[in-house]
Design a protein around this ligand. Structure first.
Ligand SMILES: Cc1cc2nc3c(=O)[nH]c(=O)nc-3n(C[C@H](O)[C@H](O)[C@H](O)COP(=O)(O)OP(=O)(O)OC[C@H]3O[C@@H](n4cnc5c(N)ncnc54)[C@H](O)[C@@H]3O)c2cc1C
Length: 808
């Protein structure tokens, strides 16, 4: 009996130590202390005591004496790791190592440090940034007529181009010292979001020079001469930039491009024997290319005559080329669906440029892929998440109002359960996108280059945008389908596949990047082990490997125990520093974080390099990470915005949706894991009491849908930052006007409804019915006016365009 009690005590102590992630030294010290006490008390049989001391010394001595540990254990494991490491191309390595980690690394740790998230202040714009949004951005939005842009002109009108350039929209990220606006990522995102809520074509036009346009590359890597020459001109819109990476043979696998540059001496602008590069390329899909004055180009550089150094194949290199350089063919346009932003192919035949045109100069020869990956992290964090949030907010604003004013079966369609379900998704997903957008911009503003987070934000915001816009199209019915100046949503609908495809096509991003890059970059020890294994100095390699390996083993053990205990207690053992409505969700995030960390290590141990080819498994774990990121973003927003009572349903919807989706992906992962035994074993630790989460319930959906059906603070907060107009002849304005009029006439409408039910009013059309109501003295003059105004406004809001024969 004492032996059993002792073993149970030891087990409890070990579980606690694993749960709190105690160091090896603490483990050793506490175990020794227990053994000393039981020995002193003479509480156990002597033979058992000797045995237990023997085991303790056998395990603890080699583990704690590092040279012994390296000799006895790590020395044999290091070669195994080297053998199992998948071959990695230079470009893959550069992509993996590009950028930085932030909250994503905490989620991968199994025990996130919430202070990283919660110590951030609520996003705030400077006065200058807010003035820009209220001034030039508001004015620009007012100038945009999406039908005219996309259908009539197939371009932005000249006054819009002039306005964009002269108001420095192309220089938002360029430092003031170079003539730009030097906006924060938060402000940059707010501008893109607002413009996108008005016109996607205009938003893309503004977005590109501030994303992977050459501005970003120049700021990070350009020579002083290049910065001085280009940045001011780019900021002022005197240069229109584009960046050409994609070619017909190399889309997602851009590093497989066939575009080449050969280093040679030649004649340039009348000067002979200039050290330069002869370029040949064929690029397509390039935004702004047809009108660009300066082209950023990615190509593979070769130096067969060794004019730059020993190596012949120098790798992917980037250059800035004025588009009037002989040999550059530019001007043709693609038509991306019916979106009229400038996009087209650009080719170059035997274009000779001096080596000084390489971005960063010859020092940056062959560094192109790393440069692109790092800049992509910044741009991708902002552009498409902001565009998606803008689209979502537009859908919330318009669809909520439309569902209130549009009646079928004599009631507003928004009161019907099926429509309400769609409205809840529209509002909930928009809150999730906006929280994700803002939190990601916080990371960028802190100087991070968040490669994994930018992939999460890009993929999940554009996928949620797809859901939101599809739902909004369904609710609007025919009104959204019939094209014409009055159509509000069709152009946003067209933008879905574009945003899904650009800046890392979504299927690839989900299947290859989020978990693939995430697990290596965010794992606290994996990259250290990989780096140790590739270290050439054997002794340093073994030391570094040993340190990382044993920390890693402790990490796996801790995550296993945390998974089980948090699973058994429904996360109650987690102690996130969050109180109030978000606390429960933060606990569940800790639980799933431990699950993710544990599963990741097991999958790496079992599949190793083969995981790279198991895209469906990788994608599911990437989804878990991403959903945890989205739920954290909702908590961050809720907490830093003062825990607003009216935001609680949105917090609940976003977290419940994200936790449920994370759970389902973990479940699918386990279901499809190739080894059934390991899968069952994992399931025991991950779901010890079954799957705990359900999707947001109907009652919650009802509250959310109701909050966007009527004007109010919640609706305004959810849609803040987009362009809103109440001009009655505007596609959005007419719906806003109708909602206002319908709300003003609510009481009179009720009287009309009752009069119809009682048979006092029999006319089918509104005009006559209102007259009958007034004649029956059931409404006064003022109410009659309100009813007429509401009927007229609703009519204005539901009509669609029709064209005379021949016009189309
Ligand atoms: C409107 C528009 C604007 C653009 N602007 C620019 C620009 O300014 N500059 C520029 O350089 N490029 C630009 N692009 C190109 C864009 O980045 C590419 O379209 C994108 O990289 C995908 O390439 P692809 O279209 O050739 O598709 P493909 O690479 O052929 O991909 C086809 C499908 O296969 C999937 N896929 C590919 N590889 C994998 C994998 N390993 N695992 C899983 N799935 C995979 C993709 O996700 C995609 O669904 C633009 C494209 C469009 C449509």
């Amino acid at each position: 009996m004492p032996v059993l009690c002792f073993l149970l005590l030891l087990l409890a102590v070990f579980i606690t130590l694993a749960f709190i992630r105690a160091s090896l030294l603490v483990w050793t010290g506490i175990t020794m202390l227990i053994l000393v006490i039981v020995t002193a008390l003479n509480a156990l049989p002597t033979a058992f005591l000797i045995f237990i001391w023997f085991i303790f010394l056998l395990v603890c001595i080699p583990l704690n004496i590092l040279p012994l540990r390296r000799r006895l254990i790590s020395r044999y494991l290091l070669p195994l790791l080297k053998k199992s490491m998948p071959p990695m191309s230079d470009t893959e390595r550069q992509a993996l190592e590009a950028g930085t980690t932030w909250w994503d690394a905490e989620l991968f740790s199994g025990k996130p440090d919430w202070s990283i998230l919660l110590d951030q202040p609520a996003p705030k714009l400077s006065k200058e940034e807010q003035d820009f949004l209220d001034g030039p951005v508001e004015e620009l939005c007012g100038m945009l007529n999406d039908w005219e842009i996309n259908h009539t002109l197939h371009d932005l009108p000249p006054d819009v181009w002039k306005f964009i350039k002269s108001n420095y929209f192309f220089g938002m990220i360029i430092p003031k010292s170079f003539g730009g606006l030097e906006f924060s990522a938060q402000a940059h995102s707010a501008v893109v979001m607002k413009v996108a809520s008005r016109s996607v074509a205009a938003a893309v036009t503004v977005m590109v020079p501030n994303s992977l346009g050459p501005g970003q590359l120049l700021m990070n890597y350009g020579t002083e001469e290049q910065k001085n020459h280009y940045l001011l001109r780019l900021a002022r819109g005197e240069e229109v930039p584009c960046f050409a990476l994609t070619s017909p043979w190399a889309g997602s696998d851009a590093a497989a491009m066939r575009d080449t540059g050969i280093v040679r001496r030649g004649e340039f602008e009348g000067v002979k024997n200039v050290l330069g590069i002869q370029l040949n390329w064929e690029k397509r899909y390039i935004t702004l290319a047809p009108i660009a004055t300066v082209l950023g180009l990615a190509f593979k550089l070769f130096d067969p005559d060794h004019l730059l150094g020993e190596k012949e194949e120098r790798g992917i290199t980037l250059a800035l080329i004025p588009t009037n350089t002989p040999g550059v063919a530019i001007g043709k346009r693609h038509l991306p669906l019916e979106q009229a932003f400038q996009n087209g192919p650009v080719t170059g035949r035997d274009v000779f440029i001096p080596v000084e045109w390489i971005i960063g100069g010859v020092d940056y020869v062959g560094q192109g892929w790393r440069m692109l990956m790092e800049c992509l992290a910044d741009g991708r964090s902002i552009s498409l998440p902001s565009l998606a949030a803008g689209a979502g907010k537009l859908c919330v604003r318009a669809t909520g109002a439309y569902a209130r004013i549009r009646r079928q079966f004599r009631i507003p369609i928004g009161r019907m359960g099926g429509v309400e379900e769609a409205l809840a998704r529209i509002a909930g997903n928009t809150y999730a996108m906006d929280a994700t957008r803002q939190m990601t911009a916080i990371a960028v503003d802190q100087g991070e280059k968040p490669s994994v987070i930018s992939a999460i934000a890009k993929y999940h915001c554009t996928e949620r945008m797809r859901q939101v816009v599809n739902d909004a199209m369904d609710v609007f019915g025919g009104t959204a389908i019939i094209m014409g100046p009055m159509n509000l949503l069709a152009r946003t609908y067209e933008a879905i596949p574009i945003s899904i495809t650009v800046e890392g096509a979504n299927i690839l991003t989900r299947s290859l990047i989020i978990f693939g890059q995430g697990v290596i970059r965010c794992h606290p020890y994996l990259l250290k082990e990989i780096r140790a294994a590739s270290e050439s100095d054997e002794s340093a390699s073994l030391k570094a490997f040993d340190r990382a390996l044993f920390a890693h083993i402790g990490f796996v053990g801790s995550n296993k125990v945390r998974s089980l205990l948090l699973g058994l207690t429904g996360g109650r053992l987690a102690r996130p520093p969050v109180t109030g409505p978000a606390r429960g969700y933060a606990r569940h995030i800790e639980r799933l974080s431990a699950n993710l960390a544990f599963v990741s290590d097991i999958v790496l141990a079992v599949l190793g390099g083969a995981l790279k080819r198991k895209e469906k498994l990788s994608a599911r774990l990437g989804d878990v990470l991403a959903q945890l990121y989205i739920a954290s973003a909702a908590i961050q927003r809720f907490e830093t915005q003062g825990r607003k009572e009216e935001d609680i349903p949105y917090l609940q919807w976003t977290c419940e949706d994200a936790l449920y989706q994370a759970q389902q992906q973990l479940d699918n992962f386990l279901h499809n894991f190739p080894n059934r035994w390991i899968s069952r074993w994992l399931r025991f630790f991950i779901f010890p009491l079954g799957r705990p989460y359900s999707p947001p319930g109907d009652a919650l959906g009802h509250r959310i849908a109701a909050s966007i059906l009527e004007p109010g603070a919640t609706r305004d907060r959810l849609t803040s930052g987009i362009y809103i107009t109440n001009k009655p002849d505007d596609p959005l304005g007419r719906i806003e006007c109708a909602l206002e009029a319908v709300m003003d006439a609510t009481e009179a409408e009720e009287k009309l409804r009752r009069a119809r039910k009682a048979g006092v009013v029999t006319a089918l059309d509104d005009e006559t019915a209102i007259t009958e109501l007034r004649e029956a003295d059931l409404v006064n003059e003022e109410e009659e006016a309100l009813l007429r105004k509401a009927a007229q406004s609703v009519w204005q809001a539901i009509i669609v365009d029709s064209f005379d024969p021949g016009v189309l």
